[in-house]
Design a protein around this ligand. Structure first.
Ligand SMILES: [Zn+2]
Length: 167
């Protein structure tokens, strides 16, 4: 995926560029290419970027630690403000506000679709990774079939003695 020189977007029809994606992303380990579409619209002082994409990746179950394959889908959009980065002197004068946390790019800079798409896919990764909602987790090697059997050897001896006495 080529990076896009932002001023070129203004010359596109409707100031909009659509990118068909069917690519492996260099930083994202996926089983299938990331497939979908990114639409970038230049709207004067900001870019309106939208994506619909999906891929299949291998995750590790948080309960049983087995690997499993899952589909990751994104259907999202974001505004990216176009403004020249503040000089150091300016930054000191301007109070840090919520707006400063919003992503910004220089209006004369580049938009990198692959990097942006990578970030969106990372955000779409499930927080709770389970191979199955009913995953039982790692089998406990100390657990026995009887379920309520004591694991302490002394209790085991005692309970077999008790059994002998009652026979
Ligand atoms: Zn599991």
């Amino acid at each position: 995926m080529q990076r896009i020189y932002i001023p070129h977007l203004v010359k596109d029809l409707d100031q909009t560029r659509t990118i068909e994606v069917e690519d492996y992303l260099s930083d994202l380990d996926t089983l299938t290419p990331v497939k979908g579409r990114i639409r970038i619209q230049h709207r004067g002082n900001f870019l309106d970027v939208a994506v619909q994409a999906e891929t299949i990746t291998t995750l590790t179950c948080h309960r049983c630690l087995q690997n499993y394959n899952t589909r990751i889908q994104v259907d999202t959009s974001e505004f990216i403000w176009l403004q020249e980065p503040l000089t150091e002197q300016h930054a000191e004068e301007v109070e840090v506000s919520l707006e400063d946390l919003v992503e910004t790019l220089s209006p004369q800079g580049h938009f990198e679709p692959a990097k942006w798409l990578y970030e969106q896919l990372c955000l779409a990764m499930p927080q709770r990774q389970l191979c199955d909602q009913a995953c039982e987790g790692i089998a406990n090697p100390l657990a026995t079939d009887s379920g309520d059997a004591p694991t302490d050897q002394r209790w085991a001896a005692l309970s077999s003695l008790k059994q002998q006495l009652s026979e």
